[in-house]
Design a protein around this ligand. Structure first.
Ligand code: ADP
Ligand code: GLC
Length: 482
């Protein structure tokens, strides 16, 4: 099976969040099942720098007013098709925003050209290559199914995966005329969305199947609270919506061989974690003693509940726990957490920034990790934590609810618990959840059982890759019959 994946980020080339981890790891898992993935990716400067051997494979004189070339490259086991359009993608700053964090004003142009190039590849623009199925990720890739659907050429079936429905790619109605779509696409069935242009909306309407990254999130987005305006569409298309939970790359996240750890340890025994605990305490200048040492590794945003964490800090410390925080994002939240650290020297510390090795060390050394998200399509940090013997304390939402077994009475009695679910989310629920975890840790035996359960939980991609493969096959078979 030949799969064309369309994604605006991919690990290890360019990453702002878990999306990149997913698009970077899924190809290898699918490969084992006989699916060959090629990934279409924008030619950001950061990507071109890392692909010096990329070769020209096609040229398009004009897409949306830009000359576009497609470069082929094989990097880190990934088969990439890079959409090179210097005026659109070769900029200082990140993939979506400038150095000050402001979204680029022409993101609609950047990602419509990108999606159009992907659609042209999908319908055979590269000599000798025609994919059987197309897999599009998030709003940046969402116009691809729309171009395929409103185009004139026979097109392979497409799947639209929602990693976060909060980001929809919504733009002023005026841009519609610039997208190169026929007038019929300005409709309920196309990209029209409450009087403006909705990229994600158009993709969800046009794709043959919709997936999101956990079964619980697939249910949640049917309600207004989580659907963010798209709940009506999701309900109308419920028959083609499913949730497939993410896995992690267990070669990158392997505590036996991880170079970022002070002391490695086997996946079935956590005995040597204490060396990492000491290293984390030293790095952050913390003195956790016998209390619970809790990690936070996250984007500092409202989605992740970081405002509630800032409110909960004093209560957490009063109950005897310590906090090591690694994250960056919202400046107001960074300040609030920095102030909390100043109030509690030796017990609360924050490192602002993005630091992959430190994230690994924290997972391998902290006793628990706190993930108090308001919504969480899947979440990857709790999966890494399970594998590294770091007990997750999570909000009961989305993929967090699906991947962590709560230490409630039944879970503890059956010996199957792997972490803690917070009560209805509030600062107080966070304080109480951390206190509950500390109480179980004092009962050494029950805690050791939870750590072991977590470390032996299947967090690999295998089962989910099979689900994707089966979905792709099903769409291919149905199209062949039609
Ligand atoms: P999201 O994509 O919503 O940010 P996920 O949990 O799916 O959340 O993925 C986040 C990924 O980024 C994980 O791999 C996590 O370890 C990593 N991460 C987030 N913040 C940081 C940070 N400050 N330093 C290092 N890694 C981080
Ligand atoms: C998004 C979601 C996160 C998910 C990730 C990868 O960033 O916020 O929950 O794990 O995508 O699917």
């Amino acid at each position: 099976m030949k799969l064309l994946s369309v994604a605006s980020e991919i690990f290890p080339l360019i990453k702002t969040g878990g999306l990149a981890d997913v698009t970077g790891a899924l190809p290898a898992a699918l490969e084992k099942l006989g699916v060959q993935t090629r990934t279409v990716l924008p030619g950001y400067s950061q990507v071109l720098d890392k692909c010096p051997k990329a070769k020209l494979v096609a040229e398009f004189a004009n897409i949306g007013g830009h000359a576009v070339s497609i470069l082929g490259a094989k990097v880190a086991g990934l088969d990439l098709l890079i959409v090179k359009a210097p005026g659109l993608f070769e900029r200082d700053g990140g993939p979506y925003a400038d150095l000050n964090g402001a979204d680029y004003g022409d993101n609609w142009r950047r990602f419509s050209v990108f999606a159009k190039a992907a659609a042209m590849i999908a319908t055979g623009a590269l000599k000798g290559y025609k994919p059987d199925v197309v897999h599009c990720h998030d709003w940046q890739a969402a116009l691809t199914p729309a171009y395929l659907r409103f185009g004139t050429e026979p097109a392979p079936p497409s799947v639209m995966t929602i990693h976060n429905i909060a980001f929809q790619g919504q733009f002023a109605a005026q841009v519609f005329g610039e997208l190169g779509l026929p007038a019929s696409a300005w409709s309920f069935d196309g990209v029209e969305y409450y009087g403006s242009v909705g990229f994600l909306k158009g993709g969800l309407q046009a794709a043959d199947a919709i997936t999101t990254v956990s079964p619980t999130y697939a249910r949640e987005i049917r309600n207004a609270e989580f659907g963010m305006g798209l709940e009506g569409l999701i309900n109308a298309r419920a028959g083609v919506v499913s949730g497939i939970v993410n896995g992690i790359d267990t070669d990158v996240w392997n505590p036996e061989t991880d170079p970022a750890l002070a002391t490695g340890f086997a996946t079935r025994t956590s005995a040597r974690r204490s060396g990492n605990r000491k290293a984390v305490a030293k790095h952050f200048g913390l003195k956790p003693g016998d209390g619970l040492l809790v990690a936070i590794v996250t984007r500092l945003t409202w989605q992740k509940g970081m405002d509630l964490l800032a409110e909960a800090v004093d209560g957490i410390v009063a109950n005897g726990a310590s906090l090591a925080i690694l994250g960056s994002g919202d400046k107001g939240l960074e300040n609030a957490l920095q102030q909390a650290a100043q109030r509690h020297p030796g017990r609360v510390a924050i490192q602002v920034g993005y630091d992959e090795p430190l994230a690994h060390l924290m997972q391998g050394g902290c006793d628990a990790i706190l993930v108090p998200s308001r919504f969480e399509p899947c979440g990857l940090t709790q999966l890494c934590a399970l594998r590294y013997g770091c007990v997750p304390i999570v909000a009961r939402t989305g993929g967090l609810a699906d991947t962590v077994i709560d230490a409630n009475m039944a879970g503890l009695a059956a010996g199957i618990a792997t972490g803690f679910h917070l009560g209805p989310l509030s600062a107080r629920a966070i304080v109480e959840g951390v206190a509950d975890a500390a109480a179980v840790k004092r009962d050494g035996k029950a805690w050791a059982r939870m750590v072991k359960n977590g470390m032996t939980t299947d967090v690999t991609w295998q089962a989910s890759a099979e689900r994707y493969r089966n979905l792709f096959q099903d769409l291919i078979d149905r199209q062949a019959k039609a």
